[in-house]
Ligand binder design. Sequence first.
Ligand code: NAP
Length: 279
Amino acid sequence: MASVNSKTLVLITGANTGLGFEIAKSLFARPNPYHILIGCRGDMGRASDAISKLEQLSPESMSTAEPLSIDISSDESIAAAYSQVQQKFGRVDILVNNAGADLDTSVASGKLTPREGWNRTYDVNVTGTHLFTTAFAPLLLASPSSTRRLLFITSGLSSLTEHASGTSARYALAPAGVWPKPPAMWLAYRVSKAGMNMLAAEWARLLKNDGVLVFDLSPGFLNTGLGDDRATGEWRDKSKIGAIDPKIGADFCADVVEGCRDAEAWPLRVLRRDSVQPW
Ligand SMILES: NC(=O)c1ccc[n+]([C@@H]2O[C@H](COP(=O)([O-])OP(=O)(O)OC[C@H]3O[C@@H](n4cnc5c(N)ncnc54)[C@H](OP(=O)(O)O)[C@@H]3O)[C@@H](O)[C@H]2O)c1
């Protein structure tokens, strides 16, 4: 078995569940050897469970994983995670900014006030993602690998072009003379992900001459727990409303981790699995 230091070191935030876990699973099932830091906030038993599952699903895998406690909404957590990775590895080869929040449903159910929902969504998807990336950028730059990559996970809901055109059934124009007007669904989420797209563009600009390839990926509508009120155990099956198996989005992201889409890295665009998403 190859030593951890000879493997490609991948850090995935929010990898205890959903798309992040599925990306780790997809990488584990491939022949290339990875050491994956499974980012998780709060109860780290969930990261350990996720790792056990990876090992069970791919018993012959060349890859390994370990948990990393990281809450990107907390400066203290970011600093502690940075110190841990810096001291243990001194580098990160691939950083996957997967952690994300959609709290619009929690606002709709009255669990959060609109201000709490909007601010927390922005805190995770934009501020936290940026501050986490800022903290870890030196570790990407310290990687001797020729395959350094930084991934952002955006959303099909973030397209300004599609939203502003008023032509899509998804964005039907609001009726005249009605107040309050029915807002677009998941508005705080989509606004935050549009902000994240600018963030990805900025990181692509910043790291262009350092050989770090930056990607902004739109993996499709996935049947994960995103947006559900998991605290009350409510777990809607989104496949009934068109969500696809998260494995499909994860395989796409894992392809990017492996370099299959490197030719499309610059200039930055939002990549869908089989097309480019309009800004
Ligand atoms: N599902 C979709 O249709 C879809 C489509 C396009 C893009 N995406 C994006 O894909 C990414 C993963 O979403 P998902 O669908 O897999 O949702 P998910 O199942 O809810 O997973 C989200 C992950 O992010 C973590 N997270 C949330 N806030 C965090 C914070 N402050 N610090 C660290 N981790 C945090 C969650 O941790 P906890 O378990 O502790 O909550 C969880 O591990 C998100 O960026 C999302 O916007 C999803």
